[in-house]
Design a protein around this ligand. Structure first.
Ligand code: FE2
Ligand code: FE2
Length: 296
C-alpha cells in the first residue's frame, strides 16, 4: 500500500536529561533557547524553542531514576492519513494517538533500529493560557516568565538529526518508502551515512555502524542546531567554557559544523545551512553517493 505520509518539518526533538537545573544552564543560558509553557501534563518535561519555533523538549526521568530515550517528532500534512499508514506499516511499538493542551495530536512508533519517532500535527492549534516559570515548570494560570536570554548565540532551527541504524537498505523502508523523505546526495567524505531531506530543507541523516562511543553511549545519535554565524557561536561557546570537540569543519556544500556535548553527554552539532541545490553529486536509492562516477 503506498504511504500517505507527507512530512513538513521537524516539530521537535526530545532529549533525555538528568536535571533541568543543570541542562538549562546549557540550553537556555548558553545556547539561548527560550523556555515556553509545556502542553503536556507530565511534570518532568521542559519545553523550549528555537527562533523559528521548532521545539526542544528536555526530558527528565519520569521515575527519577531511569533516563529515557531520545525521540524525533515530525510534523505531517495530514495527521489522520499518517496514522492510517503507520498502523498499516507493521513497525513496532506503535502508541495510541493523543492530544496535547494546545490541540496538537501525536502518535509514536519505532523504526527497525529502535529509534523512537513521533508524528504530530502543528503546534498551537488551540489557544492555551498555560504559563511556565524560568525552569519550565508549567501551570494552568499565573505569570509567564519569559526572560531574555543573555546568550549571543542564535539558534534558528534544527538543521538535521543523526540517527544510528544497522542496515541501510532496511532502514530506507521507513524513511524513504513510508515517510516519503527524499534521499539526497550527502556532502561528506565516505559513504557511512545517508542524507534525506524534507520539504523545508531540514534533514534526517541515518548513520551506519560501527557505533561511535561518546560520553553517553552512541554519538551517532545527535541533534544539529542551525546558526547563521558559526564563528561567533564558537566564540560564545568558548567564553562559556564549552569544549568544542570537533570542528569547525566544512562540508562539500559549504556547510560548516562543529560538535559539543551537553552536560549529560548528549552530542550536539552546531551547523550552518548548506546549499546543495547545485550539487554535481549523484545518489542511489539507498543514499550511496557518487562524485564524477566514483563512489565516495
Ligand atoms: Fe515528543
Ligand atoms: Fe550531523
Amino acid at each position: 500500500m503506498p504511504s500517505n505520509i507527507r512530512i513538513k518539518t521537524i516539530n521537535h526533538v526530545g532529549i533525555p536529561v538528568w536535571d533541568r537545573r543543570v541542562s538549562l544552564k546549557f540550553y537556555r543560558d548558553i545556547l539561548g533557547l527560550q523556555v515556553i509553557p509545556s502542553m503536556v501534563d507530565s511534570p518532568n518535561i521542559v519545553w523550549t524553542k528555537t527562533l523559528d519555533g521548532t521545539m526542544v523538549h528536555l526530558i527528565e526521568p519520569s521515575d527519577g531514576e531511569n533516563l529515557g530515550a531520545p525521540h524525533t517528532a515530525f510534523e505531517v500534512e495530514d495527521f489522520d492519513a499518517a496514522v492510517e499508514s503507520l498502523r498499516a506499516s507493521g513497525y513496532p511499538n506503535i502508541s495510541d494517538t493523543g492530544e496535547r493542551h494546545d490541540g496538537q495530536s501525536y502518535i509514536f512508533i519505532d523504526d527497525n533500529d529502535g529509534n523512537r519517532l513521533e508524528f504530530a500535527t502543528a503546534s498551537g492549534l488551540r489557544a492555551s493560557s498555560r504559563v511556565a516559570d524560568a525552569l519550565g515548570y508549567t501551570t494552568e494560570s499565573g505569570d509567564n516568565v519569559v526572560a531574555d536570554s543573555p546568550s549571543k548565540i542564535q539558534i534558528l532551527t534544527i538543521n538535521h538529526i543523526g540517527l544510528p541504524i544497522n542496515d541501510r537498505a532496511e532502514c530506507m523502508g521507513m524513511y524513504r518508502d513510508l515517510l516519503n523523505i527524499n534521499v539526497i546526495p550527502h556532502q561528506v567524505t565516505g559513504n557511512t551515512l545517508a542524507w534525506t531531506g524534507m520539504q523545508d530543507g531540514s534533514m534526517v541523516h541515518v548513520i551506519d555502524p560501527p557505533k561511535s562511543v561518546g560520553p553517553r553511549g552512541d554519538s551517532r545519535q545527535h541533534v544539529a542546531f542551525e546558526v547563521v554565524d558559526i564563528e561567533a557561536t564558537a566564540e560564545a561557546l568558548i567564553e562559556a567554557d564549552i569544549e568544542i570537540i570537533d570542528g569547525i569543519g566544512t562540508r562539500n556544500d559549504g556547510q560548516h559544523a562543529m560538535f559539543v556535548y551537553d552536560p549529560d553527554g548528549n552530542r550536539i552539532e552546531i551547523a550552518t545551512r548548506g546549499d546543495h541545490s547545485e550539487t554535481t553529486r549523484t545518489v542511489d536509492e539507498n543514499g550511496y553517493t557518487n562524485e564524477d562516477g566514483a563512489l565516495l
